[in-house]
Ligand binder design. Structure first.
Ligand SMILES: Cc1ncc(C[n+]2csc(CCOP(=O)(O)OP(=O)(O)O)c2C)c(N)n1
Ligand SMILES: [Mg+2]
Length: 585
């Protein structure tokens, strides 16, 4: 029997368990949209392809499955590129299906073709950041390609893939048997585990160390290995520091958790890592911000500290620091084996009361050092006050998304996360504009959880049209816009090093300027509240959660820099030898 590819694609997606598709229409993909008409799959209509891709990214982070983006060709696909690249650099599985120019017009410059260096070459734009970019050349190859696309996105180190489909192919018929043939194929591909002997070496080395530290990255969260990590760390009493992407890998009130390292880390955390004799790096790429630009006097002093590294991706092993033992493995399985071996070799485990007490003291000292700012009634609000109030109101399992700015760096440093996977943050690409739309996807994937997007005015201002999707599709996210009338993080840097804020603050005729985002929200049909005193914020947030409606809470905030104790090499580029950091503007 023959049937249209567009229809068979939708049946295939249903069969794969796809519940939502994020996208935006164009002449190149309406055949697929039409095929969705009688499908249980919900199409989430957006006003910008970047919104679709970030929402799909948030959805995949929470649902732990590949999300699907349906894009138009040319400008639709390039609009989505930032969101897809952001997902790629955080290892998030995603299948991007894009319409392409008709195959019979390759190179003739049919409407919206990219053909300056090669004919019909839009798929090449994605090559540097997707795991694979296909251009479907023949209709009969489509079933195999789409199946491979999902498998590749979800296996190994996860990431996005692109399937670029000349639009005439969507409207062709192929034998249904070509899709049927794929059905017996498994969807559960077993991942590599850790060899027992290697596990023994690692356990003995870590147990023998005087000052061991586990350093956990986002890979542990992707592998959903938090319970195994907790068991291992507790059994051998090894403290756990983490990268930005590893935030929440264990609850921030867990007795073994040190916190986030690097530029925005605190002295205690950075010192604990710098003075370790053995570091067990798990699912982390030792990124620049997490490692204070790899300068040994700040965060990690490797190879003086010895490094053991486990990762699913071979290219991560030893990339930035030499390793003593390196292993390729799925973190969930690896940590399971490590715990089993640790229990066998050390049946009663290890205790370290001094370490526990040290972490406890550090935590209360750090909290005390922020207490004044956290309870400050000043207006514009202190950033610390906003974060403390948000944490106080949110349930423990609420999901927050961050963008870049105070909401990411300050949150990484001082906002406790209690459930693994309940903070979504743009790590590798640090994309301003991620957090607000990513929250849409997070809420669709976890409708029963409170989802709050913490975002700056710069970040929110990039794509306010995401509110149309929230309203149309009934997605009750709360956006807390921390509005300091500036690209504050960059303004602080520029002021510190160059003595000006040209192009980094928002002004009109010399006065601070911001659109009234609460009014913008209301114009889209979304609830909007402008918080104009410290006392108003908590009740407004509680009311927004209770309302169950999408709500923008615009909070006027002082532009104060996030305190730093680590280092970022850019400071030495701007002001060599001066060790200048951010200042308030
Ligand atoms: C797409 C993109 N453009 C530019 C940047 C550089 N950048 C990093 S932080 C920042 C300012 C963010 O401003 P805002 O969202 O208002 O947060 P704030 O720093 O004021 O807390 C900018 C522009 C980026 N990370 N991503
Ligand atoms: Mg700002």
């Amino acid at each position: 029997m023959k049937a249209l590819i567009s229809h068979q694609l939708v049946r295939f997606l249903e069969d794969r368990g796809v519940k939502h598709i994020f996208g935006l229409c164009g002449h190149a993909n309406i055949a697929v949209l039409t095929a969705l008409e009688n499908s249980p799959i919900r199409f989430i209509n957006t006003r910008h392809e970047q919104v679709a891709a970030h929402a799909a990214d948030g959805y995949a982070r929470v649902s732990k499955t590949a999300s699907v983006v349906l894009s138009h060709l040319g400008p639709g696909l390039t609009n989505a590129a930032t969101g897809v690249a952001n997902a790629a650099l955080d290892s998030i599985p995603m299948v991007v299906i894009a319409g392409d120019v008709p195959s019979h017009f390759y190179g003739k410059h049919p409407h919206q073709e990219v053909n300056l260096h090669a004919d019909a070459s839009q798929f090449e734009i994605y090559r540097p950041f997707v795991k694979r970019a296909w251009r479907v050349e023949r209709p009969d190859l489509f079933p195999e390609i789409i199946a491979k696309a999902f498998q590749l996105a979800e296996t190994g180190r996860p990431g996005p893939v692109l399937v670029s489909v000349p639009m005439d192919i969507f409207s062709m018929e192929i034998d249904t048997e070509l899709f049927e043939r794929r059905r017996p194929h498994t969807r559960e591909i077993v991942k590599p585990t850790l060899d027992e002997h290697v596990a023994e070496r690692i356990v003995l080395t870590m147990a023998d160390a005087d000052r061991p530290v586990i350093y956990a990255g986002g890979g542990v969260l992707i592998a959903e290995a938090s319970p195994e990590l907790a068991e291992f760390a507790e059994h051998l009493s090894i403290p756990v520091a983490h990268s930005l992407m590893g935030k929440g890998v264990l609850p921030d009130d867990h007795p073994m958790v040190l916190g986030m390292t690097g530029f925005w880390g605190t002295p205690y955390i950075n010192d604990s890592c710098r003075t370790a004799d053995y570091i067990l790096g798990l699912g982390t790429s030792f990124k620049e911000a997490d490692c204070s630009s790899w300068e040994p006097e700040y965060t990690f002093d490797i190879p003086r500290s010895k490094l053991i590294q486990i990762d699913i991706d071979p290219s991560e092993i030893g990339r930035n620091y030499p390793v003593e033992i390196g292993a390729i493995a799925d973190l969930k399985q690896a940590l399971g084996v490590l715990t089993r071996v640790a229990r066998r070799l050390f049946p009663t485990g290890r205790t370290n009361d001094a370490l526990r007490a040290g972490i406890q003291t550090y935590r209360s000292d750090f909290k005390a050092s922020n207490a004044q700012a956290e309870s400050s009634d000043q207006f514009p609000l202190r950033p610390e006050r906003i974060l403390a109030d948000v944490r106080a109101v949110l349930p423990r399992n609420a999901i927050i998304t961050t963008d870049v700015g105070w909401n990411k760096n300050g949150v990484g440093q001082q906002f406790p996360i209690y459930e693994p996977g309940s903070i979504l943050t743009p790590g590798g690409f640090a994309t301003m504009g991620f957090g607000a739309p990513a929250a849409l996807g997070a809420k669709l994937a976890a409708p029963d959880r409170v989802v709050v997007s913490l975002v700056g005015d710069g970040g929110f201002g990039q794509n306010p049209a995401l509110l149309a999707t929230a309203f149309e599709s009934d997605i009750p996210v709360i956006w807390v816009i921390m509005n300091n009338f500036a690209y504050g993080t960059i303004a602080g840097l520029q002021k510190a090093h160059f003595g000006t804020t040209l192009g980094t603050v928002f002004e009109k005729d010399g006065k601070p300027y911001s659109p009234n985002y609460a009014a913008v929200a209301r114009a889209y049909g979304v609830d909007g509240v402008r918080v104009e005193s410290a006392a108003e914020f908590k009740p407004a947030l509680a009311a927004a959660i209770a309302s169950g409606r999408p709500t923008v809470l615009e909070v006027i905030m002082e532009n104060a820099p996030v305190p730093t104790s680590g280092h970022w090499n850019i400071m030495d580029i701007y002001s060599p030898g001066k060790k200048v950091h951010h200042v308030a503007t």
